[in-house]
Design a protein around this ligand. Structure first.
Ligand code: TPW
Ligand code: MG
Length: 550
């Protein structure tokens, strides 16, 4: 049985774990959007205002579902506008499917320059090759089902973005359905040998530690990893990117490891381990608080990107899930492993915002949010880059999406909207005034989709994080914009907050009003930054000093 190629693609997306589509059409994508609207019962379509917002929302939805996020755009001006979010999704391993409309096969053959064309007709494909793990151009309905199956399997297995281009004259061409491919075969003997060696090393260690990172979430392995840690009796730290992982489990958690930027007691546990097993960890400077060299490679094991490095050798072709299953099969039963580890005390997150006339410090926002969560239960959080993300480290752990490694600004607002679509819950969005100026406009689309996030703008009239690196520049000064008043114009409700009492009141009212988005424009004096950001910047400055002076 055949169906229009567009419909075959939409069904395949849903069958591979997509739940919704974010997009902005253009003439090269209009025929595909007609099919999207007809298929809204399978995959609802959310249109936004600007393609970067589309990419960030799809990325956040993918993170939320631990499944596919879909971003659908037009050729050239649309797709190339989305390069930065997709580069971020690539580097943070978020499985986003980019679907771009394109000139028809018959138009391309005419040799004329077509509008939206950058250099050559395939310039866009070549740009995307660099930031996606697999690509397909659906210019042949005979081959299309196999191409779609391959690309969507790559997206899931590698948890990275993929690129699918659909020429506009192919959308209605009849096409056979997509048969999902079985998983890429894995050599069982290699997995067994690898698990044996990993366990032997953990057994030999006096101070074994598990460090868990984003892949654990991407591949839906949280429960299994928590079980493993509990049965082995090994303490678990999470990375910056993996913050929130296992928070709700019974696993022996030590906290978030951020090298020199994090809390010293967590750092000691991780860096002094003589058997450190890193599961799905991105070996980045932000994850390691620019102190990667402090972790001894001889004592570490790293499972990531479908391979496992043990000391100085590598087992290729061992996916994280397979390794964890093999470890679980070998782990002692509950209570039979090591005695439960003694963990350093974790400081309680700040609570009890004092509602007085003092100006607001970032830690007051953390306290106010923690108070809010104590009443509402934890809300999902989307954070942008900037001190808002570092302040989030003082908040009670909740599901968090943030550009912790790629560090792009502009992520927070559209990512929060992606979380709203994906979760059906009300998110909390943390964003700096600089980042808000990039993508804050997306809030205007909340009303039509029925989303009502609570948005907290850390308004220091400054690119403050940059000022922390380089204090003398006037170019880090921003104007004080009336974000609270703008909120009303965008269909939300705004609060202008400059004291702690106003912050407490605004949080209370924002919680009660679920009819539209709520924007708290919180004035923070320049120079007032979170402790975590202060440590982070000091660590980076230290790492960047010439060798011999560190
Ligand atoms: C797309 C470089 C990193 S942090 C920062 C800049 C410009 C300042 C952020 O200002 P904001 O937050 O949002 O007011 P805060 O707390 O520091 O005051 N362009 C992009 N991404 C990045 N990361 C930069 C520039 C940058
Ligand atoms: Mg700022």
């Amino acid at each position: 049985m055949t169906r229009p190629l567009a419909r075959v693609l939409i069904d395949a997306l849903a069958d591979h774990g997509a739940h919704e589509v974010f997009g902005i059409p253009g003439d090269f994508a209009l025929p595909f959007f007609r099919h999207l609207e007809r298929a809204a019962d399978r995959l609802p379509l959310y249109t936004l205002a600007h393609e970067p917002g589309v990419g960030f929302a799809a990325d956040a939805a993918a993170r939320w579902h631990a499944g596919l996020g879909v971003a659908c755009v037009t050729y050239g001006a649309g797709a190339l506008n989305m390069v930065n979010p997709i580069a971020g999704a690539f580097s943070e391993k978020s499985p986003v499917v980019v679907i771009s409309g394109a000139p028809g096969v018959n138009e391309s053959a005419r040799g004329l320059l077509l509008h939206h064309q950058a250099k050559t007709l395939d310039s866009q494909l070549r740009v995307y090759r660099e930031i996606t793990c697999d690509q397909a151009v659906l210019d042949d309905p005979q081959r299309a089902p196999a191409e779609i199956a391959r690309v969507l399997r790559s997206c899931r297995e590698q948890s990275r973005p993929v690129y699918i281009e659909i020429p506009r004259d192919q959308v209605d061409v009849p096409c056979a359905p997509v048969d999902p491919l079985p998983p890429t075969p894995v050599e069982a003997a290699a997995v067994d040998a690898c698990a044996d060696e990993v366990l032997a090393r953990l057994d030999r260690a006096d101070r074994p530690v598990l460090l868990v990172g984003v892949e654990v979430r991407r591949f839906g392995l949280e429960a299994r990893v928590a079980d493993l840690a509990t049965r082995l009796g090994i303490p678990v730290a999470t990375t910056f990117m993996g913050r929130g992982l296992l928070a709700e489990s019974a696993a022996p958690l030590v906290g978030t490891y951020m090298g020199l930027a994090g809390r010293p007691e967590v750092r000691t546990v991780v860096e002094e381990s003589d058997g450190l097993l890193m599961l799905g960890v991105l070996m980045s400077d932000t994850n390691f608080g620019v102190s990667g060299e402090r972790v001894d490679p001889r004592a570490t094991m790293l499972a990531a990107d479908r391979s496992v490095r043990v000391g100085f050798h590598v087992y290729p072709g061992v996916p994280l899930a397979d390794l964890i299953d093999a470890l679980l099969a070998r782990a002692p039963g509950p209570g039979a492993g090591r005695a439960a580890p003694v963990l350093p005390a974790q400081p309680d997150p700040p609570r009890g915002l004092i509602a007085d006339d003092a100006p607001v410090h970032p830690r007051d926002i953390a306290a106010g949010v923690n108070d809010l969560f104590a009443e509402t239960g934890p809300m999902p959080v989307a954070a942008d880059m900037g001190d808002c993300l570092f302040t989030a480290m003082d908040m009670v752990q909740t599901p968090l999406v943030a550009p912790g490694y790629y560090a792009t600004m502009g992520f927070g607002v559209p990512a929060g909207m992606g979380v709203a679509a994906a979760s059906g819950r009300r998110p909390l969005i943390l964003v700096g005034d600089g980042a808000f100026q990039m993508t804050g406009w997306e809030l205007a689309t909340c009303a039509r989709h029925g989303w009502a996030p609570i948005v907290v703008v850390f308004n220091n009239a400054s690119w403050e994080m940059l000022r922390t690196f380089q204090p003398e520049g006037r170019y880090n000064d921003l104007d004080v914009l009336p974000f609270a008043r703008l909120a009303a114009g965008l269909g939300g409700r705004g609060y202008s907050v400059s004291t702690r009492a106003e912050l407490a009141a605004a949080l209370r009212e924002a919680r009660a009003d679920t009819s539209r988005f709520q924007l708290l424009d919180v004035a923070i004096a320049r120079g007032e930054i979170s402790d975590t950001l202060a440590r982070f910047v000091a660590a980076i400055k230290q790492a960047n000093r010439p060798l011999g002076t560190r």
